[in-house]
Design a protein around this ligand. Structure first.
Ligand code: AGV
Ligand code: CA
Length: 313
């Protein structure tokens, strides 16, 4: 089987790290590189956790790179701290070692190098801000031709999740962290599969989802899922700004099994500055993207558990 070549850039949230775990289990995917941007997580624990996940759950070696990008609008530290919880999980620390190779290059250069040396076109999966991609394209615009498509968790056409002073609340955080980067990527011809905030409405973390994982914790991979998500707040009675959805995990699942979601083409653009900075808006003159607008939650959660069972029975 020829495997699809996937480069993964994430920002160290719980669902980012679970997404890495999942990508590594997909039989028709080869992860050609992983990089970590310190947006919704801290760089050191998010990088260490990524290397430990590769060590524990990958059947092949993957090189990891740290980003030196910094955003315009920092994430709340209450959320960023989650990266420490995952890094500290006993299952990732049993061996006491970290073997997955760490690149000397910063993420945007690692991305350029990996795309260049991969013979086939690369699928990019980004589950944090687009800063490293924007910098890579600025430094080496010719890599655009070797990018098959970008699969991104970012944006919203409904209600935003940014609640910060000096902002009107219309943006999604991955865009808001570096609105200029998203704006720049929107100016390219790269095909984008977009998982926006509302794409994930049907996949909140709930007590029922947690109980399902608890029941099957005899599988090490399922126990890992349960432990990862034990550190973040579920949806119980009503939503708060901290309520956790499986945002990035739906993004990676939609790559692994395309038929889990429904997509439609929408034309849209990114507002780069001002009080609505980071907002994505429907715009007839904008860039066409493939927006995920619906999913089957049962099929999604079954797929997730299936992959986890395969990882560590
Ligand atoms: O806006 C969703 C993005 C996803 O990439 N992240 C979390 C996912 O990794 C930011 C975010 C929004 N609300 C959050 C977030 C919350 N309540 N906790 C942590 N991160
Ligand atoms: Ca993320």
């Amino acid at each position: 089987m020829t495997k699809r070549k996937v480069y993964f850039n994430h920002d160290g949230g719980v669902d980012d790290l679970v997404s890495l775990f999942m990508l590594l289990q997909m039989e028709d995917v080869e992860v050609t590189g992983v990089s970590i941007i310190p947006a919704d997580g801290y760089l050191e624990p998010a990088t260490d956790a990524s290397r430990k996940i590769i060590d524990r759950f990958s059947t092949y070696q993957v090189e990891v790179s740290k980003s030196n990008s910094r955003g315009k609008n920092p994430f709340p530290s209450d959320w960023r701290i989650h990266s420490f919880y995952v890094d500290a999980l006993p299952i990732l620390n049993e061996s006491g070692t970290m073997e997955a190779p760490l690149s000397d290059l910063p993420a945007h250069k690692h991305l350029i190098e990996t795309i260049r040396k991969t013979e086939e076109k690369t699928i990019l999966v980004f589950t944090g801000p687009l800063t490293d991609l924007s910098r890579a394209l600025e430094e080496a615009p010719e890599i655009e031709e070797k990018i098959e498509k970008l699969v991104w968790m970012g944006g919203t056409f409904e209600k935003g999740n940014v609640q910060e002073p000096e902002h009107d609340g219309t943006a999604e955080w991955n865009v808001y962290w570096d609105p200029e980067a998203a704006y720049q990527v929107w100016q390219t011809g790269i095909e984008i599969d977009l998982v926006a905030l509302e794409s994930t409405n049907k996949v909140p973390l709930t007590p029922a989802v947690r109980n399902r994982w608890a029941k099957e914790r005899c599988y090490e991979g399922v126990d890992f899922l349960g432990n990862c998500y034990s550190g973040v707040p579920p949806l119980v009675y009503s939503e708060t700004n901290s309520t956790y959805y499986l945002w990035d995990v739906l993004t990676t699942a939609a790559l692994g099994r395309e038929e889990l979601v429904k997509r439609k083409v929408v034309k849209c653009s990114v507002i780069p500055d001002g009080p609505s900075q980071g907002r994505t808006v429907i715009d007839p003159a904008g860039k066409p993207v493939n927006l995920v607008y619906d999913t089957d939650p049962d099929a999604f959660f079954s797929y997730l558990t299936e992959l986890a069972k395969k990882a560590a029975p």
